[in-house]
Design a protein around this ligand. Structure first.
Ligand code: FAD
Ligand code: PYC
Length: 415
């Protein structure tokens, strides 16, 4: 849909009255060629690319709540592709390149801000680890560099780089093309794009059962009735094991809360993303002026979308160690999401023991940055019943074959 300057002006003065809905709200039909379970960014991207790349448009996205109400709308919006292993580097770099063209592709501003992502080193071990990563990342043709303390100070003047600080900053890795994108805009843009190509997006529709017979999927039971389908793609993040149980198999996935918080808004002061694995915090500043702060998962398993106070306290302590200037700031909001963590901190994208039932899960604390790439390869997998070369290694079988893709360190602070 293209907007002229006149329609922009009209909309600006109409106080949102008579604005067209960005996507339809149809009742579910009795059958579809493909059903996608989960209306987060990954599910919507899958539906969008099924329609855009493969011309498969008789598709429904079933979402139990509202679009983006899961981790997509709860994440801290950081995107980057600085992963260690070739398989991950290629997948996340594909996603970052899609992000770089996504506003234009969707004709929807996702507010991509390639402000740079810095990972700090506080001791020689950190520095050697970061150098090894930077070398591996560059060998894959992805931008990455090491900064010395003076270069870090020039880029982040408010960071405490005093040699006498408790956690001295010895260096950092930097991915300049990393940064942030507005998470709900990503979901809404993909939803609008999928809807415009004929995909039915159905909210408040929970999948409660997966029917299969003779080893192949037949349909899904939902709170709005039974839907027959030839293929089902499940993309439900923290609830992946629940859906796998409905289909009769188990996943090597654990569900944990991951929380984040924002401060009261302040003037622009922090112009990139800073992460510290050792001190254990990361921080960026949103366009509204809030500091967006997070750290690791809460250690226990849970399906409750909130985190515990001790983790907040730890994050705040770490923040103040690195940025004493923030010590008087008040925190505004805190929330949590349920992340699905695999033993090797890499996702599962592909076939399952049930024919024509595909799972895309295990993104854990780091799947927002992958959203368009994940949808691209999952759509290919569903359309061709065979993985795209970029997700061929991310199978469920790797947990029995031993071909793990151990990305614990690259998931940065959050693991
Ligand atoms: P979701 O957005 O969670 O979508 C899954 C959807 O499935 C949900 O909307 C849910 O309601 C629906 N669903 C579940 N069960 C059913 C059912 N039975 N029937 C129908 N629908 C169902 N990643 C990054 O790359 N960068 C970050 O900075 C970052 N920060 C994060 C910070 C926090 C606090 C959290 C929680 C996560 C963060 N992540 C980050 C991780 C990232 O948010 C996720 O990996 C990613 O958003 C997963 O997207 P998704 O579409 O798979 O899942
Ligand atoms: O994967 O970059 C990431 C991330 C940052 C915060 C949570 N996950």
């Amino acid at each position: 849909m293209k907007y002229s300057i006149f329609s922009l002006l009209r909309n600006a003065f109409s106080y949102h009255e008579n604005w067209p809905a960005a996507w339809r709200s149809p009742d579910p039909r009795s059958a579809y060629d493909v059903v996608i379970v989960g209306g987060g960014g990954h599910g919507l991207a899958t539906a969008y690319y099924l329609a855009r790349n493969h011309r498969i448009t008789n598709v429904a996205v079933l979402e139990k709540g509202w679009l983006g109400g899961g981790n997509t709308g709860r994440n801290t919006t950081i995107i980057r592709s600085n992963y260690l292993w070739d398989e991950s580097a290629h997948l996340y770099e594909h996603a970052l390149r899609l992000y770089e063209g996504l506003s234009r592709d969707l004709n929807y501003n996702i507010m991509l801000s390639q402000r740079g992502v810095l990972n700090l080193a506080h001791n020689l071990g950190d520095l050697r680890e970061l150098s090894r990563r930077v070398n591996a990342i560059r060998l894959n043709g992805i931008d990455s560099e090491i900064l010395n303390p003076a270069e870090i100070k020039a880029m982040v003047p408010i960071l405490n780089t005093s040699p006498s600080s408790r956690y001295p900053v010895l260096g950092a890795s930097l991915q300049r093309r990393g940064g942030t994108a507005r998470h709900d805009a990503v979901a809404w843009g993909l939803a609008r794009g999928a809807d415009a190509r004929g995909v039915d997006i159905i909210q408040n529709c929970e999948v409660t059962g997966i029917r299969h017979s003779g080893g192949a999927v037949e349909g899904v039971e939902t709170t709005r009735g039974y839907i027959r389908t030839k293929k089902v793609g499940v993309v439900v993040a923290g609830h992946a094991s629940v859906l796998a149980e409905m289909a009769g198999f188990r996943l090597p996935v654990e569900s944990h809360p991951l929380q984040a918080l924002v401060s009261e808004p302040i003037k622009p002061i922090h112009h990139c993303v800073v992460m510290s694995n050792a001190v254990h915090v990361y921080v960026s500043q949103s366009d509204k002026g809030e500091l967006v702060i997070g750290a690791g998962i809460d250690a226990y398993h849970s399906y409750a979308q909130r985190g515990s106070l001790p983790v907040i306290e730890e994050q705040m302590g770490a923040l103040i160690e690195l940025f004493p200037i923030f010590s008087r700031l008040r925190m505004l909001r805190q929330w949590g999401g349920i992340v699905d963590v695999c033993p090797d901190a890499s996702p599962i994208i592909g076939k399952t023991p049930v024919r024509n039932l595909y799972f895309n899960c295990g993104w854990g604390t780091g799947g927002f940055k992958a959203t368009p790439g994940s949808g691209w390869v999952f759509a290919h997998t569903i359309a061709h019943d065979t993985p795209h070369p970029l997700n061929a290694a991310f199978t469920l079988e790797r947990f029995t074959s031993g071909a793990l893709i151990d990305e614990h360190g690259a998931a940065a602070v959050a693991h």
